[in-house]
Ligand binder design. Structure first.
Ligand code: ATP
Length: 218
């Protein structure tokens, strides 16, 4: 049973977290990270490329290379920072462990962490998913083709009880909000497929030139 716990929650004590494979980072990721920062008035949002993703096969571009592309994409983006903790870790990375580690480093902070609608629909397959709901303030980004009304019943129940409007004042642990952004029709899968077909991806990712120079995804 969920119990609401009002705690200290000053603006400067919030930290934005956005984990993903970023294989490669695209304009959708950037727009979401910016919207997260602005919507919740966060001093910083950390983008954390995953090392070995638990839900996918190992990607062909190395974790270090994906991380460097994220760094490049964030150059000149105020308040958006690439965090390499997961690519430095050996073995699988679970979100619950990463959030716990960041919480230990920032004991006063409310972690405001972003997850895409497609990932959210599968949340019950994630490690210790109920604890994950209490680990911070979870922010769900709607995604084209994914419908929240299709949530499995346990998750739908949690979503109904925990959801608040997205705003700086409501970003509390154990609550969920939906990021108020337009649907963003970008995906890394599509970028990889287009590059494999020899097509230009400059409209989809800010790091198209770097990808092209390195010969990734061909
Ligand atoms: P892939 O196509 O390889 O699965 P992706 O485009 O989903 O990649 P990820 O790095 O896996 O990119 O995404 C990181 C997080 O961002 C995930 O939670 C994902 O759901 C979310 N996300 C990515 N793109 C979008 C988008 N266009 N709209 C909403 N959420 C997104």
């Amino acid at each position: 049973m969920y119990r609401y716990n009002a705690g200290m929650n000053s603006l400067s004590q919030r930290l934005g977290i956005f984990g993903g494979t970023f294989d490669p980072i695209h304009f959708g990721h950037l727009a979401l990270a910016r919207a997260l920062r602005e919507t919740f008035a966060l001093p910083q949002v950390r983008l954390i490329p995953t090392g070995l993703p638990p839900h996918r096969d190992a990607p062909p571009v190395s974790p270090q290379q994906r991380f460097e592309l994220v760094q490049l994409a964030l150059a000149g983006e105020p308040g958006l920072v690439a965090d390499d903790r997961e690519i430095r870790r050996s073995g699988y990375c679970y979100t619950i462990d990463t959030l716990a580690e960041i919480q230990r480093e920032n004991p006063q902070a409310v972690l405001v962490w972003l997850i895409g609608g497609d990932s959210f629909l599968n949340l019950q397959t994630w490690r210790r998913w109920r604890e994950l709901l209490d680990a911070g303030h979870m922010v769900v980004a709607a995604r084209p083709g994914f419908d929240f009304s299709a949530l499995p019943s346990d998750l739908a129940e949690e979503f109904a009880v925990r959801t608040v409007l997205a705003s700086p004042g409501t970003a509390e642990k154990g609550r969920i909000s939906v990021l108020p952004t337009p649907l963003l029709p970008f995906s890394s899968t599509e970028i990889r497929a287009r590059i494999a077909r020899g097509e230009d991806v400059a409209a989809l990712t800010p790091v198209a030139d770097a990808i092209h120079r390195a010969g990734f995804y061909r």
